[in-house]
Every structure is written in structure tokens, then in C-alpha cells.
Design a protein around this ligand. Structure first.
Ligand code: ZN
Ligand code: ZN
Ligand code: ZN
Length: 365
């Protein structure tokens, strides 16, 4: 087993013990991949990693996937228990679970599996494992940071090429199809999301690109990203087709200033909510506070959205190696919206951007 995964497994067990958990259970993707490198698809057949402080990790797998599990980076060093179709997988799992105390459950464990285990362990308290695992996953190692930077560069190139395409007279869904194609052409394994929100649609932050034809004078929010080597890109830029609509430039400058203020607020020791406050302060003091109605950002890594969330109420302290988006926006119903989003990494004394597309207002044709 590579040292990398051995260390992660040890740290997860140690953090669980410290938090008073008798065990941690983790199902496929993304926690299982993070801890072991083993990445089978999540299925109705139970695959479950069981970590117990003081004992060796056990991986429970469908018998037909046992060869696959044994061939994975952790296979040779884990106890791999197979259960056969027709057997009760939850009995097999219960055999290695404590009978009381608290068990931390990976956030993406299917309800059907958790219910099966709860039924067989009625005295156990099941709680979210993100309390234990998030801090491990949130702090990226050099290899993870390099992959996220590659994803950021691929997103930059996607944006550059998208801006060279015509906007006026094409439908949102046509530009979205180009975004999807370019994300993959520039190195992503898969495009994951491709928001193209034009004109009044840009005032809806998660607008789904549709049949609206883009016109001269439209603001267009482009929010796109994909998976590269298991890690995600996520960039937003707001462009204008020809002449900007009335009032647009002032709002754009404000969002840009807000994004920069949040970026400058990032350094080790700062609370996640303080970055949100820095972004909100700029927009609020200009009178648009109620038009910025989402959090400032989200962690990113093996998931597009993961802790830490940059939101009021999150006092979690930032550490070097944490990566997250900074994406303030202002949305004016019936007129236009503006959002600017970069992925940043916390450094020893501040932050750096992992995508580098210019934040200057871009005019497209
Ligand atoms: Zn979003
Ligand atoms: Zn985004
Ligand atoms: Zn985002």
C-alpha cells in the first residue's frame, strides 16, 4: 500500500478515536477513493470500509469484486472480506462493527446501506463522518494541488477559446455545447457543468442553459468545470456581447472588487466566515447586499462542493493547502447578473489562484 493511503487511513482512525467514535464506515466515492485509492462505482451491492481505532482496516466487498479490490493500491494490506450474492451483506458488516457507541458514516453512503446497518446495530449512534474526514480531505497535498492547478489551467484555456466563438444569434444551449466540448478537449476527463445564462437569465445563479437566443447587449454568465484526474475545475466569468447594458459596468466592478477583497482576506488562521464577510462588505456597503444571496464559496477537490464552505456561521479555521472557490455575485431580476469565480489555495502566508483567466471585463461578439 502506498504510504500516502496508509497515512490517510491512520489519520482518519486517529481523528475518529479523538472525536470519540468507535468506528468509521465509508462507502464508495469519494471518501473511499481518498482513503484507499480503491474506486469502485457506488452500487446497491454493499462495499464498505470499516476503520476501528486500534484494529486493522477491513474492506467488505461483493465477492465478485474481491479480485478488483485486492488489485487496488490498498488491496494487499487490507483485510478484504467478500460476501456472496444471496448472503446478507449487512450481517457480514455487522460482524466487524461495534455493538454500541458511535459510528461515523461517510456522507455519501446510500441510505439503503445505512438503514441495513442501523437495523442490525440498534444501540449504535450513527453520525456524519464529515466531522472526522473533512479536515483531512480539505487540506490538499502537493500532488492534489498540482492536479487542481492543471484542472484550473484547462478551465482557463476553455474560457479563452469560448470567448473567441460567436455569441450573438446563437442559443444558450449551443454555447453550452461548446463549453462541454472544450472542457474535454483541454484535458478534462469529463465536463461536469456548463451554465450559460444570458440577458435576464443571468440573474438566476444556477440557470440551466436553454433555447434563448443571445442578443447584442446581453450579459452572459459562464460557470463551467469538469473532472481532471479525479479533481475538479470550477470557474465563472461574466462577459458582455458588444455594448454593456445600462448600469452593468458599475455592478461588474463591484463584484470584481468584492472577489478581490475576499481573496485578500484569505490566509492561515482566518475563519471561513471572515472571507465571506470580506466579500459581502464590499457589495453590502454599495447597497446591493440583498442581491448577493448565496455563500461566497465552497471547498473543492474530489467533490465539486465540499467543506470548507465560506459562509456566515462557519468558524472553521483556514489552513495551508485548503482549496475553495471565491464566487460573489449580484443578481438584478429582469436585467442581468454578474458572478466572478476563481479557485484558490491557501498558502503559508496568503492565497494563490489556481485558475488565471483575466477578471477584466471581456467583450465578446
Ligand atoms: Zn453554484
Ligand atoms: Zn461555479
Ligand atoms: Zn463554485
Amino acid at each position: 500500500m502506498s504510504d500516502r493511503f496508509a497515512q490517510r487511513l491512520e489519520r482518519a482512525a486517529a481523528e475518529a478515536a479523538e472525536a470519540g467514535f468507535a468506528a468509521v464506515i465509508v462507502a464508495p466515492f469519494p471518501d473511499l477513493r481518498y482513503l484507499t485509492g480503491y474506486d469502485p462505482p457506488p452500487l446497491e451491492r454493499l462495499t464498505l470500509l470499516v476503520l476501528r481505532p486500534g484494529s486493522d482496516p477491513v474492506l467488505i466487498v461483493p465477492a465478485l469484486e474481491r479480485p478488483l479490490a485486492l488489485a487496488s493500491p490498498v488491496g494487499p494490506r487490507l483485510e478484504v472480506l467478500g460476501w456472496a450474492d444471496g448472503d446478507d451483506p449487512y450481517e457480514a458488516a455487522a460482524a466487524v462493527l461495534p455493538g454500541e457507541g458511535r459510528i461515523a458514516v461517510g456522507d455519501r453512503t446510500w441510505a439503503t446501506h445505512l438503514l441495513g446497518l442501523q437495523w442490525r446495530r440498534p444501540k449504535v449512534g450513527f453520525l456524519p463522518a464529515s466531522q472526522v474526514i473533512w479536515r483531512l480531505r480539505a487540506v490538499k497535498d502537493d500532488q492534489e494541488l498540482a492536479t487542481l492547478a492543471r484542472a484550473g489551467r484547462a478551465a482557463d484555456e476553455t474560457f479563452r477559446q469560448t470567448c473567441a466563438l460567436p455569441f450573438e444569434g446563437r442559443r444558450e444551449e449551443e454555447v453550452a455545447a461548446d463549453l462541454r466540448r472544450l472542457l474535454v478537449e483541454n484535458g478534462h476527463g469529463r465536463a461536469d457543468f456548463w451554465i450559460v445564462a444570458s440577458g435576464p437569465n443571468s440573474a438566476s445563479p444556477h440557470h440551466a442553459p436553454g433555447r434563448r437566443t443571445i442578443r447584442a447587449g446581453d450579459a452572459v454568465v459562464l460557470d463551467f468545470g469538469g473532472e481532471l484526474g479525479g479533481y475538479y475545475s470550477d470557474t465563472t466569468r461574466t462577459v458582455v456581447v458588444g455594448e454593456p447594458p445600462g448600469g452593468f459596468v458599475e455592478v461588474y466592478d463591484l463584484v470584481r472588487e468584492s472577489q478581490e477583497a475576499a481573496f485578500r482576506a484569505v490566509r492561515p488562521g482566518v475563519a471561513a466566515q471572515d472571507v465571506d464577510r470580506a466579500a459581502r462588505e464590499v457589495i453590502g456597503s454599495a447597497g446591493f447586499g440583498d442581491r448577493f444571496f448565496h455563500r461566497t464559496g465552497h471547498g473543492i477537490g474530489l467533490d465539486v462542493h465540499e467543506p470548507p464552505y465560506l459562509v456566515e456561521g462557519n468558524a472553521s479555521v483556514l489552513e495551508p493547502g485548503m482549496t475553495f472557490s471565491i464566487e460573489p455575485g449580484i443578481y438584478l431580476d429582469g436585467r442581468f447578473g454578474v458572478r466572478i469565480e476563481d479557485i484558490v489555495a491557501v498558502t503559508d502566508d496568503g492565497a494563490k489562484r489556481l485558475n488565471r483567466s483575466s477578471r477584466d471585463l471581456k467583450i465578446v461578439r
